[in-house]
Design a protein around this ligand. Structure first.
Ligand code: PLP
Length: 399
């Protein structure tokens, strides 16, 4: 018999499955709010001008394509550290940071997970309830048991702060806690400064291991405001991990640009941890690709490109927020009784809309408006051309 005769079909990715269904839908009025990608007002994934300019410079330099170091481009890794912690951070001066260029945020999480499995073989991993759909699978694949901590309160469309702290308080020392640093995916609901302070305190008191995932820095309130949690943990003196993704903030989804940063207690630890992390990378994919990392490093380290990028990032952030406002106002103007103002308090690309799975089905079947069954919509896929159709569709399914 064939080697693969008994292989079972793996379940298909629910979001990619929804995309296939969307593509096959013949209705010209269809709208895809199921994706996790920023679209501009013309409904296209933008190629940022800063990226284009850095790419032109790179092509003109006609550089050779040798292997990068295992941990990637030094100038890139340093720029990542400054973005997370600021240029004047004592963590940089004290050499308490290990940063490795990684294959997007997912790649950063994966090398972090593999490294933690060697360091803490018996630890459990706690992720938010709900969380990005790949967190659980990724950490389980790295060999961890994954549990959920309370996070979202559907009744208030907000955080369940007591539930979250109770979950954290129930974990044994050494439990790895994955936290969305900003722009929580899928809910759009972030902790307040006071809530972060309490979370940091509990994590410190219980000896938990924070792993911050920052995939939307600059999409919420700005580059520095969105790094608030990262900087709170830095100020706490704890050791922790951070995975950065630049897929969204540079609109470089397919180039796989991200980084893993590990905060250690001192420079001696830094050297040793880096040597171990390099082993993990070497046996996974040897070293990262050149293009995306070079482009991002060039932008971050060249003042004119940096300003251009910050403007473009602000434009994306402002457009999403304008769409949040438009959605809420238009639903109200359309006579929808339900109060959707909670959408304004949410941050980043996503919104837990509060629509039920049956309402999401009706949106899709009757109106060609595609959302995730949990009610998650991608606000960054709304634009001035499609928003009225979406508002009409939501008003109809709420009738
Ligand atoms: N972490 C979170 C919370 C995300 O939402 C995403 C992307 O959707 C990622 C990580 C992965 O980012 P990347 O596409 O760079 O691998």
């Amino acid at each position: 018999t064939s080697l693969f005769a008994n292989v079972e079909q793996a379940p298909r990715d629910p979001i990619l499955g929804l995309n296939e269904q969307f593509n096959a839908d013949a209705r010209t009025t269809k709208v895809n709010l199921g994706v996790g990608v920023y679209f501009n007002d013309e409904g296209r994934i933008p190629l940022l001008k800063a990226v284009r300019n850095a790419e032109v410079a790179r092509l003109e330099a006609a550089s050779a394509r040798g292997y990068l170091p295992i941990d990637g481009i030094t100038g890139y890794n340093q720029a990542v550290q400054k973005l997370l912690f600021t240029e004047s951070s004592p963590l940089i001066a004290e050499k308490r940071l290990v940063t490795a260029q990684a294959l997007g945020g997912t790649g950063a999480l994966k090398i972090g997970a593999d490294y933690l499995k060697r360091l803490l073989p018996n630890a459990k991993v706690a992720i938010s309830d709900p969380s990005w759909e790949n967190h659980r699978a990724l950490f389980e694949n790295a060999g961890f048991e994954v549990v959920n901590y309370s996070y979202y309160n559907a009744a208030t469309h907000g955080i369940d702060p007591e539930g979250m702290l109770a979950s954290l308080n129930s974990y044994p020392a050494g439990t790895i806690v994955v936290l969305h640093a900003c722009c929580h995916n899928p809910t759009g609901v972030d902790l307040s400064a006071e809530q972060w302070a309490k979370v940091v305190d509990v994590i410190k008191a219980r000896g938990l291991v924070p792993f911050l995932d920052i995939a939307y820095q600059g999409f919420g309130d700005g580059i520095d405001a969105d790094a608030f949690a990262v900087r709170q943990f830095a100020a706490s003196g704890l050791s922790f991990l951070v995975s950065s993704s630049f897929s969204k903030s540079f609109s470089l989804y397919g180039e796989r640009v991200g980084a893993l940063t590990i905060v250690t207690a001192n420079s001696d630890e830094t050297g040793k941890v880096l040597s171990q992390l390099k082993r993990v990378i070497r046996t996974n994919y040897s070293n990262p690709p050149t293009h995306g990392g070079t482009v991002v490093a060039t932008i971050l380290n060249t003042p004119t490109l940096r300003l251009e990028w910050e403007d473009e990032l602000a434009e994306m952030r402002d457009r999403i927020r304008a769409m949040r406002t438009a959605l809420v106002e238009k639903l109200k103007a359309r006579g929808v009784q339900r109060d959707f103002s909670f959408v304004l308090a949410q941050r980043g690309m996503f919104s837990y809309s509060g629509l039920t799975s049956a309402q999401v089905d009706a949106l899709r079947e009757k109106h060609g408006v595609y959302a995730i069954g949990t009610g998650r919509i991608c606000v960054a896929a709304l634009n001035n051309q499609n928003i009225d159709a979406v508002v009409d569709a939501i008003a109809d399914v709420l009738k």
